[in-house]
Design a protein around this ligand. Structure first.
Ligand SMILES: C[S@@+](CC[C@H](N)C(=O)[O-])C[C@H]1O[C@@H](n2cnc3c(N)ncnc32)[C@H](O)[C@@H]1O
Length: 345
C-alpha cells in the first residue's frame, strides 16, 4: 500500500479496514452469529503483517515486526481501528506486537501484551466470554500474545458438532478425543452437542482454562463424561492404545513446532516430520468406522493436496475422505494458510 512513492497512513488504512469489514458484514447480521471473528487479515486485506480480531467488546491489533510496512504506526492506527469497529460494539483495542524472531526474546513478553490498559478506548474484562455457534468461550485480551481461541477453526468446530449431533440422534453419544486441546474449544463444541470428550494437552494452565470453558456452558467437567489429561499427545495415544480406549473421532490440531521438554516428558514436535507418526498413532485408538480430523497451518503442509498425500502415505492406503466446511468468510481470502482433512479409515 503505497501511492506514487508517498508513504501511506491512517486515512488509507481506514479505507482498507472499512472494505475488510464490509466483506465480513454478513458475520455481524447472521442469526446466532459468533461475536468473535477476524476483521482484517494481513496481505489478503491489503497490509502485510497486520491482523485485527474482534472479541465481543474488545479487539486485538496484531503487528508482525519486519512484515508490517514502515509507515504502520500502531499508536496512530489504534484509534482508526476503534473508530471503524465501534459499529460492531468494540470499546477497546489491544496491541499485540510480534517480534521478528521470538526465539531471541528468551521467553520474555513485551509488557504491552499483559497490560490491562488498551492501546485506545476503554479496557475490557480480564476474562471475556465470547459467543460462537451455541456455546461461549473465555478469551483473555491481555494475558500474553494468544487470546485463548483460534478463530480460523470456527466452522470446523461446527462440523464436529454436526457430526456429534447426527450420532446422538442415532442413539449413541460418540467419544471424541481432542489432542493438542489448548483451551478445549473443540471439546466444548463436541460436548455441547452430546459427545463424551477427552482433552489432552501438556499445559495444565490451558486445561484449567478448558475446564472453565466447560463451566461457562453449564457442562460439568469433573465427571466421567469429560476427561482432561495433562500429557504429551504421543504418550497419551500409546497409553490409550494399550488400555483399549477407543474413540469415534480423534481431533489432531498440533502446533508447527514445539521444543518439548525431557524433564516434563514432552517430546519435541515438528509437523513436517512427525505428522505421519501422529496419524498412525491416532488410527490405533479409533473405533471401527471412527474418523480423524487433522489440521495444520504449517506452510509446507498447506500446499494444495499435501496434507491428503501425507495421510495416504502414513496409512498406506486411501481412506474415505469426509467433506469439511469451506474456510469461514473472515479467513476466505487467505485459505492457503490453513489445511484440514477429515477421513474415516
Ligand atoms: C496450536 S495450539 C492447538 C489449538 C487447538 N487445537 C485449538 O483448536 O484451540 C497448540 C497446543 O498444543 C499444546 N502442545 C504442544 N505440544 C504438545 C504435545 N507434545 N502434546 C500435547 N499438547 C501439546 C500446547 O500446549 C498448545 O495448547
Amino acid at each position: 500500500m503505497e501511492r506514487g512513492g508517498r508513504e501511506s497512513g491512517s486515512a488509507d488504512f481506514a479505507t482498507l479496514l472499512e472494505k475488510a469489514v464490509g466483506h465480513r458484514r454478513g458475520l455481524l447480521h447472521e442469526a446466532g452469529a459468533s461475536d468473535a471473528c477476524r476483521v482484517f487479515s494481513g496481505a489478503a486485506d491489503g497490509v502485510d503483517g497486520v491482523f485485527i480480531d474482534r472479541y465481543g467488546a474488545g479487539a486485538t491489533l496484531i503487528v508482525y515486526e519486519g512484515r508490517a510496512p514502515q509507515w504502520f504506526d500502531a499508536q496512530e492506527i489504534g484509534p482508526v481501528v476503534l473508530g471503524v469497529l465501534k459499529a460492531w460494539g468494540v470499546q477497546g483495542v489491544y496491541h499485540k506486537p510480534f517480534a521478528r524472531d521470538r526465539s531471541k526474546m528468551g521467553g520474555e513478553l513485551p509488557p504491552v501484551v499483559t497490560d490491562p490498559r488498551p492501546l485506545c478506548g476503554e479496557g475490557v474484562e480480564e476474562a471475556l466470554a465470547i459467543r460462537e455457534h451455541d456455546y461461549r468461550l473465555e478469551v483473555r485480551l491481555y494475558d500474553g500474545l494468544s487470546t485463548g481461541i483460534f478463530l480460523d477453526q470456527r466452522e470446523n468446530r461446527k462440523w464436529v458438532q454436526e457430526g456429534v449431533k447426527a450420532r446422538v440422534q442415532r442413539g449413541a453419544a460418540p467419544k471424541v478425543l481432542n489432542t493438542f486441546a489448548y483451551t478445549c474449544a473443540f471439546s466444548v463444541a463436541a460436548a455441547r452437542a452430546g459427545a463424551l470428550t477427552t482433552s489432552v494437552d501438556v499445559s495444565a494452565r490451558y486445561l484449567e482454562w478448558g475446564k472453565r470453558n466447560f463451566a461457562l456452558n453449564g457442562i460439568h467437567a469433573e465427571g466421567v463424561a469429560h476427561r482432561f489429561a495433562r500429557m504429551d499427545t504421543f504418550e497419551f495415544l500409546e497409553y490409550a492404545a494399550r488400555k483399549g480406549l477407543r474413540y469415534d473421532l480423534v481431533i489432531l490440531d498440533p502446533p508447527s513446532f514445539s521444543a518439548g521438554s525431557k524433564k516434563k516428558g514432552i517430546r519435541p514436535w515438528s509437523s513436517v516430520s512427525d505428522y505421519p507418526d501422529l496419524i498412525r498413532a491416532a488410527r490405533k485408538v479409533l473405533e471401527p468406522k471412527g474418523s480423524v480430523f487433522a489440521s495444520t497451518n504449517t506452510t509446507e503442509l498447506c500446499r494444495p493436496g499435501r496434507l491428503q498425500q501425507l495421510v495416504v502415505k502414513a496409512l498406506g492406503n486411501e481412506p474415505r475422505w469426509l467433506t469439511l466446511p469451506d474456510a469461514p468468510v473472515d479467513f476466505s481470502r487467505d485459505r492457503d494458510r490453513f489445511a484440514a482433512v477429515g477421513f474415516t479409515v
